[in-house]
Design a protein around this ligand. Structure first.
Ligand code: AMP
Ligand code: GLY
Length: 425
C-alpha cells in the first residue's frame, strides 16, 4: 500500500514511525513532515490546510490510504475532501470532528446523553456571561468554543480574573472567532488522565492510558504549552476507573455521536479528570494527542495500518489491541523561551545515538534541514525523547539519560516529567 500522513510534528513522527513498520506499507509519504519524519517517509512540501493540493497529490501518486492527524484540517473537513474525490482517508469527517471543534457542542452532547462532565453554561454575548459570573462560585473555568491551539482555556480564581477573561476571549478576541461563544464551566480538582481510542463509527477500542504535562516549568508552573512530556500507563488509572469509563463515557460517547447522525470514525482522545466523585470528561479531542502518542505507540504491538483500516471499514469489533506490559516516558526538548519567544535554526547533534539503542526513540516536533543538509531546530518544541522500561521509574531514568545525548544551543526541558509516579511506588 501507499500511505500519506498529513501533519508535521512529533505526533506525526510517531505515527509515521509506527506506520512504516506495517507489513502492508510499501511506500510512505508525509505532508509536510519534518527532518525526523524524513528518516521514515518521503516528505512532500504541502501544507495541512491545502486540501486541493493534498487530494491532487494523493490521486497522482495512487495513495491507498491518507491519515489526517492534526485537529485543524479535520475540523475543516479534510477527510470529506479526500472522500469526495473517491479516496480513502482515516479520521473523523467534519460533522464528527466537531466533537473537538466546538466545546459547546461537546458539552451539550454530554449533557443530553448523561456522560459525566463538569456543569456549565454557554454564552454568545459578553454581557450575559458577565452577568452570570456575578453569582457564580470561584474558581471557574472559561473556554473559547472553537479551536485555539489548546490555549483557549482560562482558569479564574477571582471574579475580577473571570471578568477580565470574558473580555479577553469575547471582546478582545485573543483567539479570534473561537471566542465568539464561550463555555463557563465548574472548576474540578483531581488527577488528569489521557485515554486514546480507535473508533469505527460503532465500536471503540481503548488504548493504554497516559498523562501529559502541559505547563512549561517544573512543578506545573509557567504557561500552558502543547505538552512538555508524558508517561504511560498512568498508575492512577485503575481497573475500577477503566470499567466505569467504558460503561459511562467511552461507548456512550460513540453511541451519542451515532444517534446525532454524526458517526465518528477515527481517534477519540478522552481528557479525563479523576475527581473524588469519579471520572469526568474535561475535553474530547478528535485526533491522537501530542505528546501522548509518543508514549502510547511505542508500547502498541498491533499493525497500526490494520487498525486504521478496521476503523474505516467498520470492522473494529474483530480487532484486539495489544500493548506491551511495560512503560514509556517522553521528555520534550524545547527551545528555551517556549511557548513565548525563542530562537531557532540551531544545529542538533547526537541524534544518531538513537539508531542503535534499543527502546529509545527520538521523535521530531520542530526540525528541518539547513542548506548543508544538517538538522537544525525549527520550533518551540523540537524533539520528544522517549524511552521504554519495564516500569515507569526505569523508563523515566532511561528517557532522561537519553536527553543528554542530544545537544542544541538553547535546549530546555522539564526535569520532573513523571515525578507523580513516585507517589504510588
Ligand atoms: P482543555 O483544553 O479543555 O483540556 O483544558 C486545558 C486544561 O485546563 C486541562 O488539561 C485542565 O488542566 C484544565 N481544565 C479544563 N477544564 C477544567 C475544569 N473544569 N476544571 C479544572 N481544570 C480544568
Ligand atoms: N496533549 C494534549 C493534546 O494533544 O491536546
Amino acid at each position: 500500500m501507499k500511505v500519506l500522513i498529513v501533519g508535521g510534528g512529533g505526533r506525526e513522527h510517531a505515527i509515521a514511525w509506527k506506520t512504516a513498520q506495517s507489513q502492508k506499507v510499501e511506500k510512505l509519504y508525509c505532508a509536510p513532515g519534518n527532518a525526523g519524519i524524513a528518516g521514515v517517509a518521503e516528505c512532500v512540501d504541502i501544507g495541512v490546510m491545502e486540501f486541493d493540493r493534498l487530494v491532487a497529490f494523493a490521486k497522482e501518486n495512487e495513495i491507498d490510504l491518507t491519515i489526517v492527524a492534526p485537529d485543524d484540517p479535520l475540523a475543516a473537513g479534510a477527510v470529506d475532501a479526500f472522500e469526495a474525490a473517491g479516496l480513502r482517508a482515516f479520521g473523523p469527517r467534519k460533522n464528527a470532528a466537531i466533537l473537538e471543534g466546538s466545546k459547546a457542542f461537546s458539552k451539550d452532547l454530554m449533557k443530553k446523553y448523561g456522560i459525566p462532565t463538569a456543569s456549565y453554561e454557554t454564552f454568545d454575548s459578553a454581557e450575559a456571561a458577565l452577568a452570570y459570573l456575578e453569582q457564580a462560585r470561584m474558581p471557574i473555568v472559561l473556554k473559547a468554543d472553537g479551536l485555539a491551539l489548546g490555549k483557549g482555556v482560562l482558569i479564574c480564581h477571582t471574579l475580577e480574573e473571570a471578568r477580565a477573561g470574558v473580555r479577553t476571549l469575547m471582546l478582545d478576541k485573543q483567539f479570534g472567532a473561537a471566542g465568539n461563544r464561550i463555555v463557563v464551566e465548574e472548576f474540578m480538582t483531581g488527577r488528569e488522565v489521557s485515554v486514546l481510542s480507535f473508533v469505527d463509527g460503532k465500536n471503540i477500542r481503548v488504548m493504554t492510558s497516559a498523562q501529559d504535562h502541559k505547563r512549561a516549568k517544573d512543578g506545573d508552573q509557567g504557561l500552558n504549552t502543547g505538552g512538555m512530556g508524558t508517561f504511560s500507563p498512568s498508575p492512577f488509572y485503575t481497573k475500577e476507573i477503566d470499567d466505569f469509563c467504558r460503561k459511562h463515557i467511552y461507548q456512550p460517547t460513540v453511541d451519542a455521536m451515532r444517534a446525532e447522525g454524526r458517526e465518528f470514525k477515527g481517534i477519540i482522545f478522552f481528557g479525563l479528570m479523576l475527581t473524588e466523585d469519579g471520572p469526568r470528561v474535561l475535553e474530547y479531542n478528535a485526533r491522537f494527542g501530542d505528546p501522548e502518542t509518543q508514549v502510547v505507540l511505542p508500547r502498541m504491538k498491533n499493525d497500526l495500518v490494520e487498525v486504521f483500516e478496521a476503523c474505516i471499514d467498520g470492522t473494529l469489533d474483530q480487532v484486539e489491541l495489544e500493548f506491551a506490559d511495560n512503560a514509556a516516558v517522553c521528555v520534550v526538548l524545547a527551545s528555551d523561551g517556549y511557548p513565548e519567544h525563542y530562537e531557532k535554526g540551531y544545529p542538533i547533534t547526537g541524534l544518531e545515538r538513537f539508531e542503535e539503542a534499543d527502546g529509545y526513540y527520538v521523535f521530531h516536533a520542530g526540525s528541518r534541514f539547513d542548506s548543508d543538509g544538517a538538522i537544525v531546530t525549527n520550533g518551540g518544541r523540537v524533539l520528544g525523547v522517549t524511552a521504554t522500561g519495564s516500569n515507569l521509574k526505569e523508563a523515566r531514568a532511561r528517557a532522561y539519560e537519553a536527553t543528554e545525548w542530544v545537544k542544541f544551543k538553547n535546549k530546555y526541558m522539564r526535569r520532573d516529567i513523571g515525578k507523580a509516579i513516585d507517589e504510588v511506588s
